[in-house]
Design a protein around this ligand. Sequence first.
Ligand code: NAD
Length: 283
Amino acid sequence: MSKILDGKALSAIVKDEVKAEVAEIVARGGRVPCLCVIIVGENPASQVYVRNKVKAAEYTGMESRLVALPEGVSEDELLAQIRALNEDASVDGILVQLPLPKHIDEEKVIDAISPAKDVDGFHPSNVAGLWLGKDCILPCTPAGVMRLLDSTGVDLCGKTAVVVGRSNIVGKPVAKLLLDRNATIVIAHSRTADLSAVCRQADVLVAAVGRAGLITGDMVKPGAIVIDVGINRLPDGRLCGDVDFASCSEVAGWITPVPGGVGPMTIALLMKNTLRCYQKRIS
Ligand code: NAD
């Protein structure tokens, strides 16, 4: 039976680290860091995510602002709103909750956010920074995955890491961060031949696909660290990951649950990123 990588408990530690730093800033008489979250429309999942982000910011003692725009808001209006927040000296982090309605070009929106306030780490200049190994804002979910891996105490140097999924927001950046730790990387995807055989090589297996139960116990190397990024809603309303927890937890050395694994870490790292943007702006 594998050890559980408890993202809920670890995220509480990360949020408390931020809370302590914010308290120190306030005690010194400094300005309180501020995260601004923009949501467009009424997507129920997005509303839950946004509420959790605002709640986490409040927990850490940071200021949070929520800008809720109607589904029909024009791209120009949204871009104008972002430009205004870029100019607003009291705002440190700007996050636009994705996905956006079809009539709005997400790429344009991400490009419009000042890289210095890009707490999601999605702006091309932060993405370039990640790939060039520069000091930059890292995307929250991949950074959260690394923090979970660090909590195992396993040295990743020389290990084989298989990342299933090649999205710009999870798969590719996770692979780069693992590469930075001198792991040997395989990125698997929808066209990978014999996914099972590829996954079985993994000392570290990260699933970021969006298919419930895609990874089963027979695809896991005994003792491997299995990180499940997937969030899938089952017909009965329950959430589950890309990893079949029951069979994989029989084989893996460590495993993240869903919910309670990567999800809470994403929010905790968002708090870290907001504080980091604040510190970079005032320094
Ligand atoms: P995406 O749809 O952009 O990418 C999915 C990737 O999976 C693609 O690269 C595709 O090639 C690959 N894929 C699809 N079918 C496959 C198959 N049968 N075998 C192997 N690979 C396959 O998704 P994303 O934005 O990277 O998100 C992936 C999952 O992670 C989703 O469930 C999403 O909800 C979740 N997610 C969770 C968090 C979190 O905080 N926990 C954050 C972001 C995304």
